[in-house]
Design a protein around this ligand. Structure first.
Ligand SMILES: [Zn+2]
Length: 273
């Protein structure tokens, strides 16, 4: 019997390893995750955002993910990434998600606490893992300025909400970095020592491999990867399209899918090491 996601993340926390949580956007990116994970023989977290859910359809997305996990013989869980409303979280839990993120990080601290606590309460009936975000991790298109999570806030937030996992702001951002990012490992390590919540690194695209490893050694148990998946797929697809008039998309897409497989195999190795 496979572990549930909470148990798996706890194991990671104790052994100073991490799970790679990858976003998927369509069948091709989902297949790339399955194939890479099967080759590397690693457990995975499959993430959907509101926009991917709107694009694919909630039930289609969950069915594809579940069936694929089975067919590829993988251990994996489905997670809602950056859930913006309690209503969406509820829908996802009803659709069988193993894990949900409620992101009220742009609201004042106490409001974030209240919304997160509400989701934690709701998720109990589903035995689902709940992730929240504390501090400012710039979203795509937002100014990459930093409002780091403090140790005091993290302790108080986890205590007040009972949340399982916490995305912390330690110098990462979503999207592409203008300059090489530098993670505040000391702060991470202090937060890790002060709370037993699972710590999550968002915005890992473009963070140097060694820095990701350092973060995992110092308390990160879940690493989110999204931007690099989209970027790799689209860049490769664009290259192919420049050189061919092939209209059979089933002949064109696999090259782009393969480029994502290569990317992910490398990332799985970084996270496992
Ligand atoms: Zn994120």
């Amino acid at each position: 019997m496979a572990l549930n996601i909470k148990e798996q993340l706890k194991n990671c926390q104790h052994s100073h390893t991490a799970l790679l949580a990858t976003n998927f956007y369509n069948l091709e990116t989902l297949l790339a995750i399955f194939k890479a994970a099967a080759e590397e023989n690693v457990p995975i977290i499959l993430q959907l955002t509101q926009s991917s859910i709107d694009y694919i359809g909630l039930d289609v997305a969950v069915s594809m993910a579940r069936q694929g996990l089975k067919d590829y013989g993988l251990t994996g869980w489905i997670h809602l990434d950056h859930g913006q409303s309690v209503d969406l979280v509820h829908k996802c839990l009803d659709s069988g998600f193993d894990s949900v993120m409620i992101d009220a990080s742009e609201k004042p601290f106490q409001e974030n606490v209240e919304i997160t606590a509400q989701v934690v309460e709701m998720a109990k009936a589903y035995n689902a893992n709940v992730e929240a975000e504390l501090g400012y991790i710039a979203k795509l298109g937002q100014q990459q300025e930093y409002n780091y999570t403090t140790v005091e806030d993290a302790v108080s937030f986890v205590h007040q909400t009972g949340v399982d996992a916490l995305a912390i702001a330690i110098g990462s951002a979503h999207g592409f970095y203008k300059a090489t990012p530098k993670l505040d490992i000391k702060r991470l390590s202090e937060i890790h020592n002060a709370t037993d919540a699972i710590l999550v690194l968002h915005g890992s695209s473009g963070i140097p491999d060694d820095m990701i490893k350092d973060a995992i050694r110092n308390g990160i148990s879940k690493v989110n990867l999204a931007t690099e998946i989209k970027d790799t797929f689209m860049k490769n697809l664009k290259e192919t399209l420049m050189t061919t008039d092939e209209i059979d998309l089933r002949k064109v897409f696999p090259k782009a899918t393969n480029s994502v497989i290569d990317l992910l195999r490398n990332k799985y190795n970084i996270v496992q090491a």
